[in-house]
Ligand binder design. Structure first.
Ligand SMILES: Cc1ncc(COP(=O)(O)O)c(C=O)c1O
Length: 442
């Protein structure tokens, strides 16, 4: 019998689940009760291979001893300390360790609790930075179609996923969007970075001409767009964005909530693509998903613009009760230590070609209209069932789950992003199971 009908705890009604088809799920729930390394355990004791690092966050795999111990110890030692006008050593230590691995030029860390909050923080910093320098007319924020920057108002305003925006009113004013870079006609089945599409960055010049650059504060993009279904940046695209931003005095923000912490074979995508933004938003892999925590990394120039005025004055009127929370900080330190000890921030580069071959072995299977990959990420796009978008990919998700493999789908795209500890035999199992499922898919 499927575990989706057994071992259901209590009543499922009260918990309104996020980004979930609640009624469908509650009729036939899928429950995880434990996890270790590359596997989850379901409520009836089945092992499920984690093809998604939870939600792009458990980069070191599950229940890693160093992180578990650090969290347990910290809870007993210092559970909480006020975040405003008080400090504790681990938050400072973690900031230093983050700067150690960050691209050269990143010098400061502002803590948040999630990717969404990191995005709000970066957008607010951009506006306040310009104002602090006497350029208060720079109030526009530029995002990109199909972008995902979390679910708060700033993030959905600069984001470009229609369903995430359309239900929530008029959003922020003064926002414009670059075109997305998805182009099946030119780029289908590209291995690694597409050669076509760098010119799409030049659309920023059109936006500058329309609004005048003196009104634009910042551009925010995911260096590799994940949640919309894995869009790999065309060669030279990000460098061109950087150049145009520099020309017009516009800040460039990389949202690295999923690309941060080794996903592309370097600590950050900025290093992988050799383009330095002014701010980097992070979360997820920062604590291996164990304790919620996010962080915005900024250049010295951004930070220093605020360090003016009398020293007894608060410089930035922004922050969260849990900014730099002690338990999250301990989890972050132990996570970075685990990444360092095991070489995980470079491991995606080592595994990338095996991963790429395995992903592209699905070419030619029914319904597969594109495969794209970089580092330890793959996107497999399926032809939607006419009149029923998302149904085909979701059915693949259910069938993989029943066969012991966790994948993620967004629209009709399968997005894979396993823990960075993945071994070749796991890669074989992941794509082998997916191939079996795709062969039979309606
Ligand atoms: C690029 C990006 N930004 C922001 C977020 C939001 O992060 P959170 O769900 O932690 O708020 C995500 C989540 O997937 C993301 O991929």
């Amino acid at each position: 019998m499927s575990d989706r009908t057994t071992a259901v705890p209590n009543d499922l009604n009260a918990f309104w689940m996020p980004f979930t088809a609640n009624r469908q799920f509650k009729k036939n729930p899928r429950m995880f009760v434990a996890a270790k390394d590359m596997h989850y355990t379901t409520a009836n004791g089945r092992q499920v291979l984690d093809g998604t690092a939870g939600l792009w966050c458990c980069n070191a795999g599950h229940a890693r001893p160093k992180i578990t111990e650090a969290v347990s110890k910290q809870v007993g030692e210092l559970d909480y300390a006020p975040a405003f006008q008080m400090g504790h050593p681990k938050a400072f230590e973690l900031a230093n360790r983050l700067i150690d691995i960050a691209p050269e030029g990143m010098e400061h860390v502002f803590y948040t609790n999630s990717g969404s909050e990191s995005v709000e923080t970066a957008l607010k910093l951009a506006l306040a930075y310009h104002r602090a320098r006497g350029e208060g007319s720079r109030t526009r924020l530029i995002g990109r179609e199909r972008g995902y920057h979390g679910v708060n108002f700033g993030g959905i305003s600069v984001g470009g996923i229609v369903k995430n925006r359309m239900h929530f009113g008029s959003l922020l004013t003064g926002v414009d969007h670059l075109p997305h870079t998805h182009d099946l006609e030119h780029n289908a089945f590209t291995r690694g970075r597409p050669t076509y599409g760098a010119h799409l960055a030049d659309e920023l010049e059109r936006i500058c001409a329309l609004h005048d650059p003196s009104t634009i504060a910042a551009v925010i993009v995911e260096p590799l767009a994940g949640s919309t279904g894995v869009l790999i940046p065309p060669i030279d695209y990000l460098a061109r964005l950087r150049k145009i931003c520099d020309k017009h005095g516009i800040l460039l923000i990389f949202d690295e909530v999923i690309t941060g912490f080794g996903r592309l074979g370097k600590p950050f995508a900025a290093q992988r693509f050799d383009v330095l933004p002014d701010m980097i938003t992070t979360a997820k892999g920062l604590t291996n998903g164990v304790i919620p925590m996010g962080a915005v990394l900024t250049t010295g120039a951004i930070h220093d613009a605020f360090m003016d005025g009398p020293e007894n004055m608060i410089e930035l009127f922004h922050g969260y009760t849990y900014s730099g929370n002690p338990v999250a900080s301990a989890a972050g330190l132990a996570t970075l230590e685990t990444y360092r000890e095991e070489g995980l921030l470079e491991r995606a580069a080592e595994m990338a070609s095996y991963w790429e071959d395995a992903a592209h072995s699905l070419k030619g299977l029914p319904h597969v209209i594109d495969i794209r990959n970089l580092g330890l990420i793959a996107g497999i796009e399926l032809e939607p069932i006419e009149g029923h978008p998302t149904k085909r990919a979701f059915e693949a998700f259910l069938r993989c789950y029943d066969k012991g493999v966790l994948i993620r789908t967004t629209g009709d795209i399968i997005a894979l992003s396993p823990p960075l500890i993945i071994e070749k035999h796991h890669i074989d199992e992941l794509f082998g199971t997916l191939a079996d499922v795709l062969k039979d898919l309606p």
